[in-house]
Ligand binder design. Structure first.
Ligand SMILES: CC(C)(COP(=O)(O)OP(=O)(O)OC[C@H]1O[C@@H](n2cnc3c(N)ncnc32)[C@H](O)[C@@H]1OP(=O)(O)O)[C@@H](O)C(=O)NCCC(=O)NCCS
Length: 153
């Protein structure tokens, strides 16, 4: 994995639009880089196959995006990106990690549960959905030593 750069954004957008029914815009990625969020790309054979975006502030980190190209999913890469972000958060003195995920996103809920996140709340009808709205599930996990410190690989 390496830091995301501005010139990566067109390729990142290709992965984003292939993986999400409701993708981020290019402007969101540019803003994340501009404000200094932790943005990492995962390379395989010199191609970007996934990435993660996280903010870290006042003892908390917020996982904002974890994404793997559909053709590379279910090979442990999402798990690897997530663990790397959590290790970076831990190294920057965050003691808790938070994230929000669509209630219908079974893959992401499976990944986050497996990695120790628990539901701590919901935002009712937070996300737009074709023909309606759906809840955001708010999840958290501790990063403190003794409570399952994140592994890095
Ligand atoms: C969520 C996502 C990042 C997972 O990436 P991945 O590389 O496929 O995940 P991994 O191979 O590391 O899987 C880790 C675990 O997550 C869970 N998981 C992953 N995909 C799953 C699926 N389709 N259904 C159920 N559980 C799933 C499983 O517990 C899996 O462990 P297992 O393979 O041993 O059963 C990927 O599906 C993705 O990019 N989705 C689109 C973007 C997205 O929704 N991101 C999350 C936004 S909050």
């Amino acid at each position: 994995m390496r830091p995301m750069r501005g010139e990566d954004i067109p390729v990142v957008m290709g992965v984003e639009t292939a993986a999400y029914p409701h993708p981020w815009t290019e402007g969101i990625f540019r803003d994340c880089l501009r404000v200094g969020y932790c943005c990492r790309v995962l390379m395989a054979s010199e191609e970007i196959v996934g990435y993660g975006v996280m903010s870290v502030a006042v003892g908390e980190c917020h996982i904002l995006n974890v994404c793997v190209h559909p053709q590379a999913q279910r090979q442990g890469l999402g798990c690897r990106i997530l663990r790397r972000l959590l290790a970076i958060g831990h190294s920057r003195n965050a003691d808790t990690a938070f994230l929000e995920v669509r209630a219908s996103n079974r893959a992401a809920l499976g990944l986050y549960s497996r990695e120790g996140f628990c539901e701590v709340g919901r935002r009712r009808g937070y996300y737009p959905l074709a023909g309606g709205r759906e809840d955001a599930v708010i999840m958290a996990r501790p990063l403190v030593a003794g409570a399952g410190s994140p592994k890095s690989d």
